[in-house]
Design a protein around this ligand. Sequence first.
Ligand SMILES: [Zn+2]
Length: 747
Amino acid sequence: MTTRVLTALALLLIVGYASAQNQPAGWKGKFEQLDNLLPTPNSYRTGSGAPGTSYWQQQADYTIDVEVNDKTQLLTGTETITYHNNSPEALGFLWLQLDQNILADNSITNQTRTGAVRDSVPAGFFSGMAGVKTSDYKGGCTIKYIKDATGKALPYVVNNTMMRVDLPVPLKSGEKYTFSIAWSYTEYNRQIFGERGGYEYFPDDGNYVYTFAQWFPRMCVFDDYEGWQNKQFLGQGEFALVFGNYRVRITVPADHIVGATGTIQNAREVLTKDQLERYERAKKTFDKPVVIVTQDEATQKEKTHSEKKATWEFAAENVRDFAFASSRKFIWDAQAVKIGDKTPIAMSLYPKEGNPLWGKESTKAIRNALELYSERTFNYPYPVAYSVHAANQGMEYPMICFNYGRPNKDGTYSKQKLEGMVSVVVHEVGHNFFPMIVNSDERQWTWMDEGLNTFLEKETIRTRYPDLFESHGTPKGIVPFMKGEKSQMRPIMANSDDQRPSEFGANGYTKPSAALTLLRETVMGPELFDKAFKEYAQRWAFKHPKPGDFFRSLEDASAVDLDWFWRGWFYSTDNVDLAVDDVKWFRVKSQQVDPEKKTPRAKKGDLAASQQTNNGTDFSGGAQEFTILNTDPKAYGEFRGNLNDAEIRKQVDGKNLYQVRLRNVGGLVSPVIIEWTFKDGSKEIERLPAEIWRTNENEVSKVFVKEKEVVNILLDPNAELADVETANNVFPKRAMESRFDQFKKNN
Ligand SMILES: [Zn+2]
């Protein structure tokens, strides 16, 4: 390098630095590194995106006794929590979550519900509105007592969905504390209160299907990132929870079947001899489900409501939550699945109203999800995975999830119903991986579990159900959303409860999923992406990752600089809209230049800019001729060798040169995919990385040398970039479709 170049470079660096501060027009910092947005790495979380050497997390173990009254729907429970303080700090108080308080009259959610009256509103509009009594239900959690290990009452204060328990002396680092809580609440009708658990009542036979979720006082997360994560439960942002071991005894009517987080400890006590034999057989059956409770047996029980009680005992290790389902209506099937050296049992519980769909598809979908997700992340570590049929619901808990997909009354169902049911089972079972094991903070970052999980759900459907159509969560599928008004939207990286309800599904699920598909298929390629994604999952399995840990891990494991990608797709509301602005076609002047002779005199000026070339909208003007000059010896500087000008001339001679000017209209930086169509009808696809925009993110020109004459240029031919406007992707520029034609096509 010459000193002159060095000086120029130094100058450039200074200019670059100044630009970063002032963001002059024309440079919007799209390739600027994310450093100013991500937390400073430390010994808890490193710059690589992995947990650091000082990483710690808390632990909460629960022993719970709970009883469900099938007549009043009252749930009463007592729990003993052993809280391990692994943090370096002493804690003077503990925070717990009382999620049922979201249904209390005075909840923030109820008070801040907005809406407007139109010409007509459905009666359901008034459900839960202050001043209108639409049901007798009284929501909210009643705390009977909170006691320490010696039975002494502990002071506590409830702030909406959060409860602070004051400790007599601060809990020192490395120590544990045991205390007990007794509580109750009335389970709600999910048809009226669209919460995540609840019951469904079946008027034909007078029975209930219960799905119990957020049913016990649960410890909040305390971590290195923000201390207590005690942001209120408002409804949209889901849960942040601590890992621990559970021992839960569930008392229900004796003819109920219970499914829960964990394995049954007393199968001999709660199952009949037949059921026990079938259950044991299912554990060793890999080819198809074994029916443990048949439809006939379940239907028989629906008629005779047992007055006796039974207590089912479950144990679960290293889970962040515990949920259960209970009903005498449950049909039950199960089979073993081979995952590495483990053989978890996939089990389904469903009332007869779910059949024949559920008997055919549920357990199969569990198996497909466990296998595909294990392949892409880590082997499913838990011993069981339940899928429970619950109307209108898709909700996940460790080892158990509640899923929709009910056939018509005559048992028939559409292809759409089948697709929805299979997708939701795969999705909710998939949540075992994100966020149940890769335990992100759902209250703040919906995308960290829903986005990653929707991506793998889609991968499962694509590979295991090739006949089911699924565009949801793909780059093509997200286009209608991305077309929206950018200035009104919120980015993926906005807190869950700050997402507008109309955008929640897109920003939490389908946009991040589409972005990950694009990342895998187009930006990184499957091999690098799968390695990096797996690395992130394995680093953070059974830990608490934050957004920066994901962003950093994917770069760390792949050597792909993705800061532009995270910035564009996750931190901005820009969209991808690439355009071919114009194309100029050139050919070398046929008159040969004798290389021995002096450089022929050439006209100065920019041929591409001249009016003589084609008109900029098609190739009808023909190729513009240009001259290749001999390289000026001064251009070689200190080098002794020269290029072989004659050889270069020979190489280019007779070929077609296309200077393509591309514009980034949508603002979101994107790789460029060009499909060339030649005069002889053949096609070629050329892929250019997004870095093509790194020095000018608005507009670039590039010269391509083609043997054959080009008749058509098309950007993003296979719709993999989520380009929101395809009319400007083509050259020659076609007459824009009239609005009427478009209307006809869309209707
Ligand atoms: Zn989900």
